[in-house]
Design a protein around this ligand. Structure first.
Ligand code: FMN
Length: 429
């Protein structure tokens, strides 16, 4: 049977094909009384939609609809169903190649298994399926606090990122600003040839408590690996120093422990299937996407030889869109392990944990205010340089109205929200 269910504490069943009516997920028995994560969900969907010149030209709004399981902004504990309608479909792109198996795609293998497959946009094997993973993970943000997840790109095609400590304020999470232009021209040249590029990304989860995971068949590392390898186009994973561990001596590969903590992190934060409190670090090997317009050999359903060129709308490098998906899968794995650990320790609802969460939110609020003030300062300098008026009452009103709208969605008093926003605006002046 095709497996469409992620068996976890935050488990869900998903459905939908790239060119079908909608993508969606059903969370069978969600925790009741959870605040529906409107803001986290919107953020997550926007991150996945990220724009680069190397992204598919298919433009989906990704507006979601809640079909069931939410009442007055909270989960009811009943089946929670969310869908995202597919709107920008152009199935005619696939008519010319409907009987040909596209090399590197699931077409041939799935036809062997099921005797039928939806050739339009990759059907269920499409990268579009990953949308639901991002939706599901937005329910875990609170549970996994204070864990922080970040991603950096180590390699695209044959180009390696030589430093990992510089800025990563770009869709590729490329941390070497001095070679960013070279990266973009390398990607453009590949796209111009009708080709695609993959690469290697590194995920890091920091502030992970020790003790998550299980010793034998439910090792945290094994569950993370399975989750990552279930993402289309992810072909490999290695933890910590990965392949380099093979050529190290035991004493080099060990992470020695002192009273201050671990002295290194060669193992990637997991020993014996359980998190050790070090950062969880692993690399993903991502193949180049299979749709390329260069001519390739294939066969049709009768087994006859053909040449095929795959045109249509495709990512020529999908790594920026895969990063939020990989992070979402990691969040789901960690949330699962945390919930299990809480059940084991019987502290699912203690006051200390609640207070820890509140303290974290208050700290985040202050950090956001600080960051806002910094950006406002840059805006002021920009306006001064371009001789623009400093005060913009129309924009201020727009900001307040937007916040009021979101407040209504979140079931918060819009008047209070407008007062808060006004204070924020004043304090940034
Ligand atoms: C976010 C994302 C976007 C993707 N976009 C495309 C695409 O535009 N065109 C394409 O041929 N494959 C794309 N893929 C990859 C295919 O879905 C995948 O390579 C194919 O289904 C075969 O699966 P496999 O590579 O895991 O064997 C994308 C994957 C992800 C995760």
């Amino acid at each position: 049977m095709p497996s469409n269910r992620l068996e976890q504490f935050f488990g869900f069943t998903s459905f939908g094909e790239s060119h079908g009516a909608a993508m969606g997920l059903l969370i069978d028995s969600p925790t009741p009384n959870l605040d529906f994560p409107y803001a986290a969900l919107r953020d997550a969907l926007n991150r996945r939609k990220i724009h680069t010149p190397f992204k598919t030209s298919r433009e989906e709004t990704d507006d979601y609809e809640i079909l069931s399981g939410v009442f007055e902004g909270k989960t009811t504990g009943m089946p929670l169903c969310i869908i995202v309608r597919n709107r920008d479909i152009r199935s005619s792109d696939y008519e010319a190649i409907r009987n040909l198996f596209r090399p590197g795609h699931a077409d041939f293998a799935w036809f062997q298994k099921f005797g039928i497959y939806d050739f339009r946009g990759g059907g269920r094997a499409s990268g579009r399926e990953t949308l639901v993973r991002v939706i599901a993970a937005s329910f875990t943000d609170e549970v996994i606090q204070p864990i922080q997840i970040s991603t950096s790109c180590l390699q695209i095609g044959t180009m390696r990122c030589e430093t990992t400590s510089d800025t990563h304020d770009n869709p590729f999470h490329w941390q070497d600003s001095s070679s960013l232009d070279d990266l973009y021209s390398y990607l453009q040249q590949s796209k111009d040839r009708g080709e695609s590029l993959g690469g290697i990304i590194r995920l890091t989860a920091s502030r992970v408590p020790a003790g998550l995971g299980d010793p034998v068949y439910e090792k945290l590392s094994a569950n993370i690996a399975k989750a990552m390898l279930s993402i289309p186009s992810v072909k490999g994973i290695n933890f910590g120093d990965g392949f380099a561990l093979a050529s190290m001596q035991g004493s080099e590969a060990n992470d020695q422990i002192s009273s201050q903590g671990f002295l290194s992190n060669h193992q990637g934060g997991i020993n014996g299937g359980v998190s050790n409190g070090n950062d969880i670090v692993f690399d993903l090997i991502i193949r180049p996407i299979p749709s390329v317009s260069t001519p390739q050999r294939t066969i049709d359903r009768e087994g006859k030889d053909h040449w095929i060129e795959v045109h249509g709308r495709h990512d020529s490098c999908h790594i920026p869109r895969l990063i939020p998906v990989a992070e979402a899968m990691l969040k789901l794995c960690l949330a699962d392990a945390i919930q299990h650990q809480r059940l084991i320790q019987g502290k699912a609802t203690d006051l200390v944990s609640f207070r820890e969460s509140l303290d974290k939110i208050d700290e985040d609020l202050l950090l956001l205010l600080y960051r806002r003030r910094q950006i406002v300062q840059q805006v002021k300098e920009y306006k001064l340089k371009h001789q623009l008026p400093n005060h913009d009452p129309i924009r201020e009103q727009q900001i307040i109205s937007r916040a009021q709208e979101l407040a209504k969605e979140l079931d918060i008093d819009p008047n209070i929200v407008s007062q808060i926003i006004q204070l924020v605006l004043n304090s940034s002046q």
